[in-house]
Design a protein around this ligand. Sequence first.
Ligand SMILES: Cc1cc2nc3c(=O)[nH]c(=O)nc-3n(C[C@H](O)[C@H](O)[C@H](O)COP(=O)(O)OP(=O)(O)OC[C@H]3O[C@@H](n4cnc5c(N)ncnc54)[C@H](O)[C@@H]3O)c2cc1C
Length: 549
Amino acid sequence: MAGPAENRSRSVGSTLPSPALRSFYDAIVIGAGHNGLVCAAYLARAGKSVLVLERRHVVGGACVTEELWPGFQVSVCAYVNSLFRPEIVRELELKRHGFQMLPRRPSSFTPFPDGRYLLLGPDADFNAAEIGKFSIRDAEAYPRYERWLEEIAGFIEPTLMQTPPDPWANTWQDLTGTLRLGWRFRGLGRQLGHRLVEILTAPARSILDRWFESEELKVTLATDAIIGTLASPSQPGTAYVLFHHVMGECEGVRGVWGYVQGGMGALTRALASAAQEHGAAILTQAEVARILVERDQARGVVLTDGREFRSSVVVSNADAHVTFLRLCEPQTLPEDFLEAVRRLDYSSASMKINLALAEAPSFTALPGNDRGQLHGTIHICPGFDYLERAFDDAKYGQPSQAPILEITVPSTVDATVAPPGRHIMSIFVQYAPYHLRQGNWDEIKEAFADRCLEIVGQYAPNVPRAVLHRQVLSPLDLEREFSLTGGNIFQGAMTLPQLFCFRPVQGYANYRTPIRGLYLCGAATHPGGGVMGACGYNAAREILRDGLC
Ligand SMILES: Cc1cc2nc3c(=O)[nH]c(=O)nc-3n(C[C@H](O)[C@H](O)[C@H](O)COP(=O)(O)OP(=O)(O)OC[C@H]3O[C@@H](n4cnc5c(N)ncnc54)[C@H](O)[C@@H]3O)c2cc1C
């Protein structure tokens, strides 16, 4: 087995040709995360001169593929896609730029310590047979549950590509937007209206308990409710996180997550290529130190290496803390706005482990891969007590003694990401609280990763000895390497006080900021985290509407 995480990787697509640079642009985008690239591509497509500045050596932000070890193309952070908006794929012709989804059948595998297992996928009969092993009643209820989620999605989905109206502002646009939304809410009818409020506020567990009796099914579904959150599914607000994760599609099939061929970075490479084709310049290893503000208007940026670029507008793909507390001079912003930014909730408890394996994992509950069990997301979370105990540890500032693991082995579906016979295993770990009561992440992360691997070994005994290389990203690493404040994978918690017209802060959910000509376009804005592209798309629309560039 190899030692600790290796150093800076070779990154697929990192060798972007050096663009010819000018000193003035219509728009400068800080950050080449997928939202920054979407925004840049749409602005360039509208005929604007655009410069994208990315501090890392590679584009993509948290949606990136890096060749961590020769021949292993690793989706270092985000690992599966379903949320990315199909209209952006069409409009930017991303397939022509190399973007290709690979569906997963089945899409989920939960092995249990007693040797039983649950597989789920896009096929209704398959799901009925699998769930029926645990409960006939649940097998019958599951299609109704899916239809019910679709009804709610029918209300929420159209809002993803819209700018949230501010219910307390007096502009014509905000007033009509608020009224339209209220009217649509009214149109849901009493029952569905109530259900929508429940989705936005309730604990995921209470909803799952109402629908199902089988703990095996409920706990499999519940893991989606805690992804990226410092919460257990018994806590209010987690139903929305659950819902957020069933809102997408893969190749037209709703709620199904798939792999991006070549890893998640193939999507951001396609976006970068589309943006460049429309004339955008993209510069990597270009960290912005400060946003230039003159007479209350954004005028450009200064890089950490001293270079200065001027522009009519500046768009930040970084989160709100980075943008306003690090890149802006405090005197350029109103104190009440700064106070609201300081109060943002960035609590998080996620860690990522990426492994290169000498062979495919084999799970005791279902050895080999005959049923495609290695294709989907493998959930290590055998019951609600396990889950609640894992969260209890985090509540008291400790990594879970028995953490919840979401495992994927993309090389079983996508042969391009690992050498023949070798495999990549990605493990998304919860709970790894950013704030530790004792010690620090640099000291404990390798030991905690060992513990995670020990647990994987309890289900798939061949894995620990098959590890060739490993990379461990603690929440502190996510903050340092990916500029995610507090290690929060969504650029801020996805709870009701930080959603829709409250994201990132009340009064500024329309991608604008108190500084004229300064915009936000990342996951810090509506509709939030996940590889969706909607934040960047909506921001570009608002920027073009303002006509400052
Ligand atoms: C470990 C992990 C796993 C995840 N798994 C999934 C998943 O499987 N599926 C999914 O849909 N979502 C997943 N997510 C969430 C998703 O990846 C993010 O919500 C999404 O990628 C955010 O995109 P973004 O473009 O808004 O911002 P980011 O990806 O955060 O990009 C911001 C960019 O700005 C750059 N930047 C910051 N400051 C500066 C500066 N001063 N100068 C220049 N550049 C700067 C950063 O380097 C970064 O490239 C995961 C996230 C993480 C961290």
